[in-house]
Design a protein around this ligand. Structure first.
Ligand SMILES: Nc1ncnc2c1ncn2[C@@H]1O[C@H](COP(=O)(O)OP(=O)(O)OP(=O)(O)O)[C@@H](O)[C@H]1O
Length: 292
C-alpha cells in the first residue's frame, strides 16, 4: 500500500489491528468515504449521492460514481454489499421491487433517469440488462431476438428483422452456431449459448449501455471465457457495468473497478490499481481474501 489517505488516518487503531489478523470485521463508520477516482471525463451515466432503501432499511449509502463511454466498470464486494441494488438503479429495475426507494441524482447523457416524465420502457431499451441466469423466452431463437425490436417499434418488415437477427447474433458471437436453426427454441441451447442469446436480445434494440449482473455465474469456464471475450468486443460500441463475484473476471474484463462494502462505495479506480495497489484497507482485505 503506497499512500495513506485521510480516510485511512481517520480509522481506528482497533480496525487496523483487526486487519493484521486473518479475518476482518469493520463497522459502518469506517467506510464512509470513497477513495480513488469515481468520476470520468466521458461520463455516459452519472450518479450522485445515491441512497437506496428497502422499506426502512438502507441498502446503498451516498454512492457517487460515473460510468464512462466505452468503458467496462466492474462492481465487486462481499455478498449483500449492494452491487446488484446499485446496478438495478441504472435502468430503474428497482421500480419493480415493492418498497424499494431510490434517492439521489442519476442521469444518462445528462438526462435524469428518475425524471417524472421518463418512460421506463424506452429507458430499459437504452440501458439493457443481462441477468445471472440465462433467461431466454420460451420462443424460437429468431423470436427471442426480434421480440424487443418489434415491441419498441424499431422494425416490423421481415427483411429488417432478418438483418437485426443476423447483426445481433454476430455481435453476440453466436451467429455461426445457430444460423441453421433459428426456428428452434432458444431454451434448447447450451447455458453459454443461451447467455449469448440473451446478450443478442439486449443488443437487438440498439442499447447504449449494457448492465450485466453476474452474467457468467451459471456458466462453465469455457462458456465464461467466451462471454468475457465478448464483453471486451462489445466495449467498442457500448458502455458496460458488470457485477461479478470473480475478482479474476473483474481484472480481465474491466477498465475500472468499484469496490462496495456494506452499501458504501469504498474505492473506485483503474482496475490494475485496485488489484495491485488499493488505496483502502477494506479493498485490500477483500482482494487478499481476508473477508468476503
Ligand atoms: N428485494 C429486496 N427486499 C429487501 N431487501 C433486499 C432486497 N434485495 C436486496 N436486499 C438487501 O439489500 C442489501 C444489498 O443486496 P444486494 O443483492 O444488492 O447485494 P449484492 O452485493 O448484489 O449481493 P450478492 O453478491 O449476494 O448478490 C442486502 O442486505 C439485501 O439483503
Amino acid at each position: 500500500m503506497s499512500t495513506m489517505t485521510l480516510d485511512a488516518a481517520e480509522r481506528t487503531e482497533s480496525a487496523r489491528s483487526e486487519l493484521t489478523g486473518k479475518k476482518v470485521s469493520v463497522s459502518q463508520a469506517e467506510v464512509r468515504k470513497t477513495v480513488g477516482q469515481p468520476f470520468s471525463d466521458t461520463a455516459k451515466l452519472r450518479m450522485r449521492d445515491v441512497n437506496v432503501f428497502y422499506g426502512e432499511t438502507q441498502a446503498i449509502h451516498n454512492v457517487s460514481l460515473d460510468i464512462g463511454r466505452n468503458e467496462v466498470v466492474a462492481m465487486i464486494g462481499p455478498s449483500g454489499c449492494g452491487k446488484s441494488t446499485f446496478l438495478r438503479c441504472l435502468n430503474r429495475m428497482n421500480d419493480t421491487i415493492e418498497g424499494c426507494r431510490v434517492e439521489g441524482e442519476l442521469s444518462l447523457d445528462g438526462e435524469p433517469i428518475y425524471g417524472a416524465k421518463v418512460d421506463v420502457v424506452p429507458l430499459r431499451a437504452r440501458v439493457g440488462m443481462v441477468f445471472q441466469k440465462p433467461n431466454p423466452f420460451p420462443k424460437t431463437i429468431y423470436e427471442n431476438v426480434v421480440y424487443g425490436p418489434k415491441i419498441h417499434g424499431i422494425a416490423s418488415r421481415r427483411a429488417d428483422l432478418d438483418e437485426i437477427v443476423e447483426n445481433s447474433l454476430r455481435r453476440a458471437g453466436l451467429w455461426n452456431e445457430v444460423k441453421d436453426r433459428l426456428d428452434k427454441p432458444g431454451t434448447g441451447l447450451s447455458g453459454g449459448q443461451q447467455q449469448r442469446l440473451c446478450i443478442a436480445r439486449a443488443i437487438a434494440v440498439s442499447p447504449e449501455v449494457i448492465l450485466m449482473d453476474e452474467p457468467c455465474s451459471a456458466l462453465d469456464p469455457i462458456a465464461t471465457a467466451r462471454i468475457e471475450e465478448l464483453i471486451d468486443e462489445l466495449r467498442e460500441n457500448y458502455t458496460i457495468a458488470i457485477v461479478t463475484h470473480s475478482m479474476q473476471q473483474a481484472a480481465r474484463v474491466s477498465q475500472r473497478t468499484a469496490y462496495f462494502h456494506l452499501g458504501h462505495l469504498v474505492e473506485v479506480n483503474d482496475t490494475e490499481t485496485v488489484f495491485t495497489n488499493p488505496e483502502h484497507e477494506l479493498t485490500e482485505a477483500y482482494i487478499t481474501g481476508r473477508f468476503g
